[in-house]
Write a protein that binds this ligand. Sequence first.
Ligand code: NAP
Length: 438
Amino acid sequence: MIKFDKLTPPEYGERIEIVNGELKVPDNPIIPFIEGDGIGPDIMNASKLVWDVAVEIAYAGERKISWFEIPAGEKAIELYGEPLPDDTIKAIEHYIIAIKGPLTTPVAGGYRSLNVTMRQTMDLYACVRPVKYFSGVPSPVTHPEQMDIVIFRENTEDVYAGIEWKQGSPEVKKVIDFLNENMNTRIEYDAGIGVKPISIRKTKRLVRKAIKYAIDNNRKSVTLVHKGNIMKFTEGAFKDWGYEVAVDEFRDYVITEDELWDQVKDPDGVTPTIKEGAFKDLRGGRNAGDPGDRIVIKDRIADQMFQQVLTRTNEYDVVALPNLNGDYLSDATAAQIGGLGIAPGANIGDYIALFEPTHGSAPKYRGLDKVNPSSLILSGVMMLEYMGWIEAADLIEDALGRTFMDRKVTYDLARQLENVEPIKTSEFGKEIIKRMSN
Ligand code: NAP
């Protein structure tokens, strides 16, 4: 029996286990949750109700989640005097699957981002963010329905590894001296320095996860997004190692964009045949070969990708990228389908998974019962899918879609629609529940 310093796990419920490399989920799993700061309590209360009712309906009362509250952020400071106590990490590692609300990060000083710390401490190396449109949600683009991508963002290295030296510090002087004297650089002496590590092992495990996901979910392509034309040995290497994983480990399942192009290229470089349903190659928008049921592995330079997701949205499916590119692209694509209020996410390691909304704690809306809980609700849908409780996940997704269609929405979406009065966070949750029952 696991012992905590100050926490008591629920009396009823069982632990999710890993058996022969697979998750074994009991009918009454104990799932830890972090309520979150700011708007956390409002959205967590509404969401838990939705998840519980969905599970009850989907399995006629045979299954039930046993919730276990664990502290982080402000609640942890009150209880432990620190924002991320060992008990919290221990609970997530022990129970394998957990879900959290947003946590506030002080901008200057204070403590380091708890989210980044959690991802790194538990080695939750893939930040997975599905970006899919729900009909009825207002969007700034003409064809938001074309967006249906799943982002796999590397979560533990790149410029997020936290290796930085402050301008003017003795450490930065040492680093600059070393580089200028030994490495043939000419860095200004009043510079701050950050380091961008991108490794073979961490790149390959991320891309491997993305390709496995694409295979398991019948996806059409995996796009590696990088800035390799400029940063050849980090971002460029990410692309090269990504292709290596694809070809070395998934040869029977994948075809690269270049291979597809070679299939149809005649000696004059003119496309000879255009097959029905053929894959459209980026170069000149011409049709390339037919991938059949193979997953196409392609790559795009990051700046170009930001344009492509707007202009050729439906040509992208699963997307794998280094940390910083992933951070930017997640928010930009979320905006296309209606904003951060409806974008879910998860941080996943080899088994341990921590689900969370993409947005932050929006402190100005704290306690107002006002914000949109959809991002957290959908993070819970991802969690149910990860547990294999697909029926409950589908029930929520369907009911949420119908709630949007009926124009029952919170302030963020109401302000973009004409003649729609916003409803509260808690009311929105109840509207979803109503639609699950009929
Ligand atoms: P934010 O909390 O995401 O809020 C920015 C704006 O996004 C809000 O003012 C609101 O826009 C909109 N928004 C966010 N969540 C919403 C929701 N559920 N429903 C409707 N609209 C929503 O970003 P921030 O103000 O930059 O960050 C606040 C704190 O959260 C910071 O301490 C930051 O470090 C932290 N943070 C935590 C996480 C995490 O826990 N994973 C992630 C990001 C940020 P309007 O003002 O237009 O209404």
